[in-house]
Design a protein around this ligand. Structure first.
Ligand code: PHB
Length: 427
């Protein structure tokens, strides 16, 4: 068997995980305009229930906390009901799923804010060196509005309310998105937090917001079901500290008092959604993990073999995979059987429909297609009639019944056959 340690069980927050692979949080922008999770998302998460743990895509705790449309929320009851379908689908397949709670702070834009004014942040410091994604053209980031103490307390309350909603929606736990230059990380880093009150100054003050968020959330969910995600090496979106090692050593050690479910750390190889160059002040997970008393997840550029090494060396307890879980819904099974891994196509990462989202095959679907291909070659099956019968269902229905891959393969196969028989057709 491959993945000797990676595929062993692990107990997290009192729950038994079937293996140590974690599906990392991934923004896929398939919610609807009301930040409402969709049925397509249920299919996507259910397909990946073989992960030991799924951490949901970033899910905003308020409309102000969002940077873009089509990102799901957990701030109203309809969203709770929609998420409940997803958690049920994952649980029905034996999976465990945490909700990642997200507030983007200054990474939002006035065009996204309910009151049309610039977004909220610890300090009125704009992001430079990057721009806000907008069609047809990117826009400069704005100088955010500085949160006062009341504003901070309100957001802390929204984290608690979203935690309550996550519990009602059937999530097994919650993860605080404290990484990648979003609101929590904006408080942590000196480049984005120049406050002079008790939320700014040294690392002890800058970590206060995170502590208050954890404490508020722990009134709604046991802290053993709350995880924290940090990206100690990232400078993405202009959130950085002149002493990353000192800052994050302090932050990580300070979390021990809460007896959290886990600490989820991003390796230096990744910054936000992109690959990063190594720099001399990188702080790899191996350096910070020993400071934390509970389970550690490492994510960022891992392959199954590098993951196995991290576990065998005792650096981490669980390993997150992002892009590999996009392209390999049954990643843990592929590792176990040694089946080749698929590479994801960036084109389908954000937005759009089923394609590039729920169209990556499982091993079983690949095998089913091979059998069908042989039957077609022998003339045992009428391909056109079969395609026609598939076309009576929507892509969502086909994805739900596990036949979307088969339909897509069949359709490509028949089109190429038609092309081969009459290459001038369509001229
Ligand atoms: C992204 O949408 O590219 C994205 C979202 C959340 C992250 C990083 C990247 O933490």
């Amino acid at each position: 068997m491959n993945g000797d340690v990676l595929l062993t069980r692990f107990t997290l927050g009192g729950q038994s995980l079937s293996n140590r692979t974690v599906m990392a949080p991934l923004t896929r922008s398939r919610a609807d305009d009301g930040a409402m999770p969709t049925r397509l998302m249920s299919v996507y998460y259910a397909q990946r229930a073989g992960a030991g743990l799924i951490v949901s895509e970033g899910t905003v705790i308020s409309p102000q906390g969002a940077a873009y449309p089509s990102v799901p929320g957990l701030y109203d009851d309809d969203q709770v009901r929609a998420w409940n379908e997803i958690t049920d689908a994952v649980h029905a397949r034996g999976g465990v799923i945490y909700a990642q709670l997200w507030h983007v702070g200054r990474q939002s834009h006035s065009s996204q804010q309910p009151d049309g004014l610039p977004p909220w942040a610890p300090s009125p410091v704009a992001i430079t060196g990057a721009s806000y994604y907008r069609k047809p053209k990117r826009l400069p980031y704005e100088i955010p509005r500085e949160l006062d103490e009341r504003g901070i307390a309100e957001i802390v309350g929204q984290y608690a309310a979203a935690t309550r909603r996550a519990l009602v929606a059937g999530f097994d736990g919650v993860e605080i998105h404290g990484a990648n230059g979003y609101l929590v990380d904006q408080f942590l880093n000196s480049s984005s937090n120049v406050r002079r009150d008790r939320y700014g100054g040294g690392p002890e003050q800058r970590v206060r917001f995170l502590h208050e968020v954890i404490e508020a959330m722990a009134t709604q969910m046991p802290s053993s079901r709350i995880g924290v995600r940090l990206s100690p090496s990232s400078t993405w979106m202009d959130a950085f500290d002149e002493n990353k090692r000192e800052l994050h050593s302090h932050v990580v050690s300070s979390l021990n008092r809460y007896r959290l479910a886990y600490l989820h750390l991003v390796e230096p190889e990744i910054a936000g959604s992109t690959d990063a160059e190594a720099t001399p002040d990188d702080v790899p997970v191996a350096d910070l993990a020993p400071l934390f008393d509970g389970p550690v997840i490492t994510t960022g550029g891992h392959t199954p073999s590098s993951a196995e090494r991290m576990l065998a060396d005792g650096v981490a307890d669980l390993v997150g995979f992002g892009r590999l879980y996009i392209a390999n819904p049954d990643l843990s099974e592929r590792i176990r059987t040694g089946r080749p891994l698929a590479e994801p196509d960036r084109k389908g990462f954000y937005g759009g429909g089923a394609r590039g989202y729920v169209t990556y095959p499982t091993i079983a679907e690949e095998d089913e297609w091979r059998v069908l291909e042989r039957s077609l070659a022998r003339g045992d099956v009428d391909g056109d009639a079969l395609l026609h019968s598939f076309e009576e269902s929507s892509d969502l229905e086909l994805a739900m019944s596990g036949r979307l891959y088969l339909k897509n393969q069949l359709s490509t196969h028949l089109a190429s056959e038609a092309g081969a028989v009459n290459p001038t057709m369509g001229d």
